[in-house]
Design a protein around this ligand. Structure first.
Ligand SMILES: [Zn+2]
Length: 316
């Protein structure tokens, strides 16, 4: 999602889609993900090891419900196979496992592009000057009832080494955030599911953490050589090494909506880093998603009979 997204881009996308959509590529509803495919899917997502057996069963049922409800299609010549569909659904649904699938009601479809895609972005600055540029994106969550677009190459790395990164969780967190309109880092609280008192600190805590994180990213950028060029291998490695000390991917400093989406990715993929770097944000996301990956992983690791399942959870 980009706060820079404009209606112009949305119109452009609507014109752009039909030529990319392959005839018949809208998948028919899949009522059932076969057990073997489900096991293979979870094996690709070791960060979900914290889920217990009951939660895994519910996640499967929810994934099937999502695939039943939402069109899933390849664009740009891509054909979505069952493995990709299950991989997307499992990650999209872990966010709403203890909430409600209706948080995705606003999403019209899930579209998969073979790799990164270039989109025209526009931004009107304070002086009223319109800036336009092309931006390469791995994913995009379109607001106003729009689709989620994902790059297949990027979604196939759900748990890449290095910086915590998870494209599917990122884009679907934006969709949840859009439950109250344009994404702004303040997702809707659900009556009967969320305890308002537990979430009362949200505005203050997120505003403070975002400001602190932006200051840390500024500091990092000021420490870079004056001739810094991200295209140069040595410079890119330097940036990567410096950024590895941050609790979140520097992209979180883009705006409060990105901060929420990146914090959500990190909550699942590298929960210890988030809990250590921004304890109030970890606690608020645990209250929001009604899950506690860190505590669940610790408890399960402490239980010897389940130890084998959690050998992969120490990924940072
Ligand atoms: Zn984003």
């Amino acid at each position: 999602m980009g706060w820079l997204l404009t209606q112009g881009w949305l119109d452009q996308l609507q014109r752009w889609l039909p030529s990319f959509l392959l005839p018949g590529s809208l998948q028919p509803a899949r009522a059932t993900i076969p057990e073997a495919l489900w096991s293979a899917t979870l094996a690709q997502l070791p960060f979900l090891d914290f889920l217990n057996d009951d939660e895994r069963r519910r996640l499967k049922a929810l994934s099937e419900a999502l695939l039943d409800k939402k069109p899933l299609a390849g664009v740009g010549g891509f054909e979505v196979d069952d493995a990709t569909a299950a991989l997307i659904a499992a990650q999209a649904c872990v966010l709403v496992l203890n909430l409600d699938l209706s948080l995705y009601d606003d999403m019209s479809a899930i579209l998969v592009h073979p790799d990164v895609f270039s989109v025209k972005q526009q931004h009107m600055d304070e002086a009223g000057v319109l800036h336009e540029w092309d931006e390469e994106l791995a994913g995009e969550a379109l607001d106003q009832g729009g689709a989620v677009l994902l790059s297949w190459q990027d979604l196939m790395q759900p748990q890449a080494p290095g910086l915590p990164f998870n494209l599917v969780i990122h884009e679907f967190a934006h969709k949840i955030d859009m439950g109250r309109g344009a994404a702004n880092g303040f997702p809707p609280f659900l009556e009967g599911l969320h305890v308002r008192a537990e979430l009362a600190a949200w505005p203050e805590a997120f505003t403070a953490a975002y400001a602190d994180f932006c200051a840390r990213v500024d500091q990092l950028e000021q420490s870079l050589p004056s001739d810094f060029d991200p295209e140069r291998e040595a410079h890119a490695a330097l940036y990567q090494a410096e950024a590895a000390d941050l609790p979140l991917d520097p992209y979180a400093a883009h705006d409060p909506a990105e901060f929420f989406a990146v914090a959500s990715e990190t909550f699942y993929v590298a929960p210890a880093a988030l809990a250590e770097g921004y304890p109030p944000i970890y606690r608020l996301l645990a209250a929001y998603y009604r899950q506690d990956p860190l505590a669940a992983a610790k408890a399960a690791t402490a239980a010897p009979q389940r130890h084998w399942q959690h050998s992969a959870t120490e990924h940072r």
